[in-house]
Design a protein around this ligand. Sequence first.
Ligand SMILES: [Zn+2]
Length: 288
Amino acid sequence: MTHAGRRLGVDVGGTDTKWVVLDGDTVAAAGTVPTPPGPGETMTLVASLADPSVEAIGIALPGHVDRASGTALFVPNPPGDWDGYPAGPRLSALTGRPVAVVNDARAFAHAELLLGTARGLADALFAVLGTGVGGAVALRGAVLVGPRDNLGEIGHVTVDPSGPPCCCGNRGCAETFAGGPGIVRAFGSGPAAAVAAAARAGDERAADVLAGAGRALGVALGDAAALFGVSAAVVGGGVSGALDLMRPALERELGRRRPLIGDVAVLPAVLGPRAGAIGAALCGGMSG
Ligand SMILES: [Zn+2]
């Protein structure tokens, strides 16, 4: 799919904010900056990135949003008080450009579906392994959104009802095992990349922790595949560099469910750490 015009996409994270300018389907410029101390400062930052060539803007937030009004609804991680913040109207007023406000995992999925590893697939599941585990579902060539941009939270499938507490209020969600902090907690030190390095160096306990992460992800993706009848799962995010170490346990969980869900292909994401920003930019070019 080719789009006309240059669009700015911004992916606001808990620590860093990534941005890209898309020219058609090509990344023309990109960068990473520390996330500002609050939503107002973030709008000022985004406005400063919107040079006159930018025709539309998309912002991805790590939480639930109302796409219709451009309002943040439940965005707990970035600094400042985002909940209820009218990001879309504020940024439109600052820049005079149309603004789309979307969930970061749905933005990631949109990018990988249109331009990445899921290109050409009609149906796919998505898991983004980072501090949390974001999720999304695409059916018939479109990422499902839901009323609060909240559809597809695969990271909050219950893997162990008596497991560690999750930020969502539940216990033992997939995120508590396969997200970065969950991996670090299970191993006893971090960061998650160091646990992966230890596993590669032959540390059996580190390998077990990553197998546990893979199993949790397999349970969540297997359940999602059963619910949605989808036979491909895209795995990305910063922690997915350890996907090869998680994959045997992940595949075992999917294989156990094969009579019901058939073969589910596990596909590494290909757009890298800017996938969320690319997806936000793509959403910025859409009406509504
Ligand atoms: Zn949860």
